[in-house]
Design a protein. Structure first.
Lengths: 344, 257
């Protein structure tokens, strides 16, 4: 028995060091009093990925003013989606989790922290949408409009490494799916990815945010990113334009309540609040597309003619295995050849 | 001072909690999938390329530090110039700065829009640059106290016997400083091997080309390949251990000569 205790301690330490060692920084803030200033009786821990931080800053006070949110305080933690998911998996207390892609929730379903029914609701567990976009220099001097423009001679494209950045997998699947939409075979679409990643991507940053920093520092002609990131960069006064290709992927960001927490009822109430018009408008103000059609209509997001979903490409579980398995995934194999075939 | 056995007990406990148990856990996890899986993880082409790049860059940085760090320490101890105390205090700042901030600063200074006209980012040179930045204090701080304590009379005797300044430095000063230089270089090496925060921003991270081990391991963790990540980390630890032992051995042989 002693050995087993020691072994599980070792595993816990290993998990902790793995998380610490990968440099996953997360901000935690404590918002223990409700908007009214009255003392709170319950406190929900929100563990989320970084980008929607400003949106939640507006949504939480609105929730606390609603009947369901009376007396509910929050602790908030923001960081890279994959790191946050792994931290919750390893035992970080959480009541509500918000990630950039569904597999980070699936990990928690597998370990019975989230109910398997999490995606059964009207919006399939999603609270915000976006689309993959191509960020370009102000005025689009290289006239980049389509995915094919990215592999024209001399064009340098930035996209984060899909193995260090979970969110970058949206970019890869957008580029791949767009080729299929244009009538290419899966083999031709993979060949496109190989050309793009090995001949036109000089830098693979660790995250979407770092890639944006590299682009703003002057590297590259185009940056594959998400519409909401591009809108946010423009809102912050950065000198960039963006184009949305006709064929692009619908990005869907999930939220779920943790089923093992102390305040499951309040956690579910908060998750439900996120699809109210108030919350959906707050998300839209930060560049996200609302998932509620009535709210979406009030904003002027362009509708790409060839929009496709991750489900149309087979769904995340299948894609994670065939494309992104570090050993036999097709993108892993392309990455393994990245160094030998590019030379600047 | 606590009694001998108590001091030994406390320090053993402390070392266990802080170093031994976490490192053993990494090694245990590395072999969690058996020997074959371990071998596959560490012999993947990208893993080998990253290890080789990291070790060579760390060795280059240690060599640069051994020379430049000794020079800086020499200037700080033997020369007088205005602002010396400020410079002396500044040496430790790279330790205090979060390395991710160091990365952003180096990116804006030596990136494509470099205001000083030096653009090295996204190359292997950038990796050496980032490592040199975060390891600057080690050799300076290990050589400085030895240099302060060094008996000037030995040098004066050598000079009065007709030795040139170069010979005096090589035959009198350098041998006295060598253990300190080597221990500083060893610390630089170990720190450089594990560096992540600044390198991840400015190296380009292209597998087989500009991806260092720490970033490669980060990618494995992000892909839920924790066992593979621990395996590569274990090899990093083992090679570092061998090189650190080697440096100490050289120091001891030189000392005993």
């Amino acid at each position: 028995m002693g050995i087993r205790v020691f072994a599980s301690a070792l595993v816990a330490v290993a998990a902790a060091t793995a998380i610490a060692a990968c440099g996953g920084s997360s901000d935690t803030s404590d918002n223990s009093t409700a908007a009214s200033g009255a003392p709170t009786t319950t406190k929900l821990a929100l563990v989320a990925y970084s980008t929607p931080q400003d949106a939640y800053g507006a949504i939480i006070p609105a929730f606390q003013k609603s009947a369901a949110g009376k007396g509910v305080g929050f602790t908030q933690s923001y960081g890279p989606s994959g790191d946050q998911s792994r931290a919750v998996d390893a035992g970080q207390p959480a009541d509500v989790v918000a990630f950039s892609l569904a597999p980070d929730i699936t990990r928690l379903v597998d370990d019975k922290l989230v109910s398997p029914a999490w995606a059964n609701g009207r919006y399939k567990g999603m609270v915000t949408d976006s689309v993959a976009a191509i960020v370009v220099r102000k005025g689009n001097p290289k006239h980049i409009k389509t995915w094919d423009d990215l592999i024209k001679p001399g064009i340098q494209v930035l996209t984060p490494n899909p193995f260090t950045s979970g969110g970058a997998r949206w970019n890869i699947m957008a580029a791949y799916g767009a080729q299929l939409k244009q009538g290419k075979t899966p083999a031709q679409a993979l060949a496109y990815l190989k050309t793009l990643l090995t001949k036109h991507v000089p830098v693979q940053d660790s995250s979407a945010r770092n890639a944006l920093n590299t682009f703003l520092a002057g590297k590259g002609d185009a940056l594959i990113s998400y519409e909401n990131e591009a809108i946010e960069a423009q809102q912050k006064g950065k000198d960039v334009d963006y184009v949305i290709p006709d064929d692009t992927i619908l990005i869907e960001n999930p939220v779920a309540a943790i089923s093992t927490g102390k305040h499951v009822k309040q956690a579910q109430a908060f998750v439900d609040f996120l699809t109210t018009p108030t919350a959906q408008k707050a998300f839209a103000a930060k560049g996200y597309r609302p998932v509620v059609p009535a709210v979406l209509k009030q904003f002027h997001f362009p509708k790409p003619s060839g929009l496709f979903t991750i489900a149309s490409l087979g769904g995340w579980p299948k894609i994670m295995d065939t494309f992104f398995d570090p050993d036999h995934g097709s993108v892993a194999k392309i990455e393994q050849s990245a160094g030998v075939s590019t030379d600047k | 001072m606590p009694e001998g056995s108590l001091a030994l007990g406390v320090s053993t406990l402390w070392l266990s909690v802080i170093v031994l148990i976490p490192l053993s856990a990494v090694v245990a996890q590395a072999f969690g999938g058996g020997w074959a899986e371990f071998w596959d993880a560490v012999t993947a082409p990208a893993a080998i390329a990253a290890l080789v790049l990291t070790l060579i860059a760390a060795l280059v940085v240690s060599a640069i530090n051994a020379v430049m760090g000794t020079l800086v320490a020499w200037v700080l101890v033997r020369d007088d110039f205005p602002g010396k105390r400020v410079v002396n205090a500044m040496i430790d700042l790279p330790f205090a700065l979060p390395t991710i901030v160091a990365g952003i600063v180096l990116l804006s200074l030596y990136g494509p829009n470099s205001p000083v006209g030096i653009s090295v980012t996204f190359t292997r040179a950038a990796i050496v640059l980032a490592m040199a930045f975060v390891t600057l204090p080690f050799v300076v701080r290990s050589v400085q106290p030895v240099l302060i304590e060094l008996d000037r009379e030995m040098e004066e005797a050598a000079a009065s016997l007709g030795a040139s300044p170069g010979v005096t430095f090589r035959r009198i000063v350098a041998p006295n400083l060598l253990p300190a230089i080597l221990s500083g270089a060893a610390l630089s090496f170990a720190r450089a091997v594990g560096e992540f925060g600044s390198i991840v921003l400015i190296s380009g991270n292209i597998p087989l080309k500009t991806q260092v081990s720490s970033v490669y391991v980060f990618g494995l963790i992000q892909s839920d390949a924790n066992t593979n990540a621990a395996a590569v980390a274990t090899v990093m630890l083992a090679i570092s251990l061998v090189i650190l032992f080697g440096i100490r051995l050289v120091g001891r042989l030189q000392h005993g000569r």
